[in-house]
Design a protein. Structure first.
Length: 434
């Protein structure tokens, strides 16, 4: 048994009594009262999901296992000679809540290398799809095609104790996670590079091999490590995380569950937002022409956008009430590696101006940028200009968190999710207007 799996099992055994006690001794404790607004409005703010993997604080941003983004990057062992930690060590951290040693992180790297070969039949499925198929459709289809590999399904059909459900779910999660970046690179080169595929490099970690198979030079390997980690998890209530959890709650395996979550991520209100931000910003640049984006020009353009009834894309967040730390982390990278890039300079100017304008307008609860306001610029700078593909990158990262979550769901025996619905007439009666 690997160190990661052994440590995870120990953590599961320690955690199970906590959940049992809460249900047995404190199950009637009320956490919130649901309003009609919440019932109709997508259950926003209703406290009814449990995860220990990450927590989104309105003022601190995302915390992974209790650590902020800067604390996480500082604590994890870095790839030798690189600026960022490997993704595999971060996966160890998400699964166990413990910072791995360099040796433990490398153990996961080596384990993932053994698991990451993409089956030929998956490639055949993707090559059979029409050339204009969206890359997210290909990515989801590739995940779903591998469902036949599920260890959970095999062991469940053979008969096993509920207490052991986490074990094959963990194996499926590791098999999937190891292959996802390879699948993503295959989709990219199939769709945008005339199927000119690049063989994986067995000497590289996930981030390094992904950059290699994408055909993008250093420091894009560090971009990949940073990007996957930053997009890994965001509590359980967002669409991709919640959908993965919901499907898995029916004891569907990791392949069915993650594919469903990826389909949710593909929506313009979720994972497609970074693409929309970049599109809007580049149209803005076209209007400027060769003119340097001064503060006055940017202010006028932003007011024109708001006065036309549109929003400033990339600004505002359902929970956050400050600059998204994921934005800040990527901004630090840009300041270090591409400070004079015109597109980044425009993004920086918008960052300086937009919050004040949104506060003056008075409609936005949060006038600060979210992660999507920055992420597309880095990809564009390193030559990844096919922005339909950006959400696939998001999907690889998001899998780290959601696969960890559904492993823990099985470990703690969480039941099938089944909220109760009401009719509109019932709501009217409760409001006294029936």
């Amino acid at each position: 048994m690997s160190t990661l799996k052994e440590t995870l099992f120990k953590k599961i055994e320690e955690h199970r009594p906590r959940t049992v006690r809460l249900l047995k001794e404190h199950g009637d404790v009320k956490l919130s009262d649901v309003t009609i607004t919440q019932a109709i409005g997508g259950a926003r703010g209703v406290r009814c999901l449990v995860t220990d993997v990450s927590y989104l604080d309105p003022f601190e941003g995302i915390r992974f296992r209790g650590k902020t983004i800067p604390e996480t990057f500082a604590a994890l062992p870095q790839v030798p000679g690189q600026e960022y930690p490997n993704v595999e060590g971060f996966f160890y951290f998400l699964m166990t809540g413990e910072i791995p040693t360099a040796e433990q992180a490398n153990e996961v790297v080596e384990d993932f290398k053994k698991r990451r070969q993409l089956p030929d039949y998956v490639k055949d499925v993707l090559r059979a799809m029409p050339g204009d198929t969206h890359p997210m459709t290909m990515f989801s289809a590739g995940i779903l095609a591998m469902q036949r590999e599920s260890i959970f399904v095999k062991r469940y059909n053979e008969g096993m104790s509920k207490m052991d459900y986490w074990d094959p779910m963990y194996e499926d999660a590791c098999n999937l996670m190891a292959k996802l970046s390879v699948l993503a690179a295959f989709v990219y080169r199939l769709k945008y590079k005339d199927d000119d595929q690049i063989a994986e490099d067995p000497n590289l970690d996930m981030g390094g091999n992904f950059a290699h198979q994408m055909g993008i030079d250093k420091p894009y390997d560090d971009v990949a490590r940073m990007y996957f980690i930053l997009h890994s998890d965001h509590e359980s209530g967002n669409v991709s995380a919640h959908t993965t959890h919901l499907v898995a709650s029916a004891l569907s395996d990791a392949y069915y569950s993650l594919s469903a979550g990826i389909n949710g991520l593909a929506g313009p209100l979720h994972g497609l937002a970074n693409q929309e931000v970049l599109s809007w910003t580049m149209k803005f640049m076209e209007k400027l022409g060769d003119v340097e984006p001064t503060e006055e020009l940017v202010k006028q353009a932003l007011w024109d956008t708001l006065n036309s009834g549109q929003v400033i894309p990339g600004y505002g967040h359902a929970v956050l009430r400050k600059t998204d730390p994921r934005y800040a982390s990527q901004r630090e990278f840009c300041l270090s590696h591409l400070p004079d890039y015109p597109l980044f300079k425009l993004i920086s100017m918008i960052y300086q101006v937009a919050p004040g304008i949104l506060e003056e307008q008075g409609k936005a609860k949060n006038p600060w940028p979210n992660v999507d306001a920055q992420s597309g610029v880095i990809q564009w700078y390193y030559g990844l200009t096919d922005w339909d593909f950006y959400t696939v990158l998001f999907g690889v990262g998001r899998a780290l968190g959601v696969l960890t979550n559904i492993t823990w769901d099985r470990a703690l025996g969480y039941p099938i999710e089944r909220p109760k619905s009401l009719t509109t007439a019932m709501l009217e009666e409760a409001a006294g207007i029936g």
